[in-house]
Ligand binder design. Structure first.
Ligand code: UDP
Length: 313
């Protein structure tokens, strides 16, 4: 990989895409962001406009993509990514994972660029194996409400590997586990933004089911570090990037309430269909091949995240 690259980030106005774009610019690369702003937000890019090495293109990545000039890497991060967002936009979610991945791969092929796919722990569905290693094939309901996201990402992985095998495109596939931090959309319906907003406003904190289901939460700066190491590596098979610190959703709600010094009550709401009961990454591959493991504790990360949500109130 070159030291100074020209990189396209699709979905760069989203939570992860914007942190990634900012990080790439700090490493001295040139960054073009492509986003149709369906769930992405321009304010996530506020600090990047004006940087001569930064370009924003408002476009739907499922349409034909053309970028003048050279490109060294195409990072495909565009997609609705919270269960509420992909329930609200099921067809755009399928299209960006399938057609958008095809277009982004075609561009990478044309430019002789590295292709990176933002994949997901959702490829494991409601897993029967915990923690999940990359070798686990998953347990996904294709026709359930989460199927639109899970199957689109599974298709995207298959498509990336096919382009790799047929056209010899260098690929990187990062399976991203639950990540949180500043710039999450407070209304995207995920556990951290919901609990944080509810706790800060003194409203009831909505725990789904009994809150016994587990998640393992990674702070965004750790995640971006792992993604960058993967990009710069030559690992061409999927790699889990996430924090293996597994806690129950009820414990998460209690922790956020405590850190926010909130007096909110915790209330129990129905568990959404196909909600994974457990989730925890096996990060042996990332440790071995990328020398990566997460550094930020859940308490520290949540403190920084709550500060962001507080400022937005
Ligand atoms: N959850 C919850 N209350 C909320 C939002 C989410 O109890 O207000 C639960 C949800 O059912 C799931 C977990 O928190 O078990 C994580 O949900 P999230 O939407 O953050 O992401 P997921 O990991 O399900 O994609």
């Amino acid at each position: 990989m070159k030291r100074k690259m020209r990189i396209l980030v699709t979905g760069g106005a989203g939570f992860l895409g914007s942190h990634l774009s900012e990080y790439l610019l700090k490493q001295g690369h040139e960054v073009a962001v492509m986003d149709n702003l369906l769930t992405g937000r321009l304010k996530n890019l506020a600090t990047l406009f004006g940087n001569p090495k930064f370009l924003f293109i408002k476009q739907d990545v499922t349409q034909f993509i053309h970028i003048p000039g050279r490109l060294d890497a195409v990072l495909h991060f565009a997609s609705p990514a919270s269960p509420i967002d992909y329930a609200n936009y099921p067809i755009p979610t399928l299209k960006v994972g399938a057609l958008g991945t095809h277009k982004a791969l075609g561009l990478a092929k044309e430019k002789k660029a590295v292709f990176m796919l933002a994949s997901t722990s959702e490829v494991y569905g409601d897993p029967k194996v915990n923690p999940q290693p990359e070798s686990y094939w998953g347990n996904v309901n294709p026709i359930g409400p989460r199927g639109v996201y899970d199957e689109a990402k599974r298709f995207a992985e298959a498509m990336a590997m096919a382009y790799h095998r047929v056209h010899k495109i260098p690929v990187r596939i990062v399976r991203i586990f639950n990540t949180y931090g500043p710039r999450m959309n407070p209304t995207d319906g995920r556990a951290v933004p919901n609990f944080a907003s509810q706790a800060l406003k003194g409203r009831p904190i909505s725990v789904y089911g009994r809150g016994a289901q587990t998640r393992s939460l990674c702070y965004v700066s750790d995640l971006i570090d792992g993604i960058y190491r993967l990009l710069m590596s030559d690992v061409q098979t999927p790699v889990n990037v996430g924090n293996p610190n597994e806690i129950s959703v009820l414990e998460l709600a209690q922790l956020i309430k405590k850190i926010a010094r909130s007096r909110s009550r915790i209330v129990f709401k129905p568990l959404p269909q196909d909600d994974p009961q457990v989730r925890r990454p096996d990060i042996s591959l990332a440790k071995k091949h990328l020398g990566w493991s997460p550094k930020v504790s859940l308490e520290d990360g949540l403190r920084r995240t709550l500060k962001y949500f507080k400022e937005g109130l």
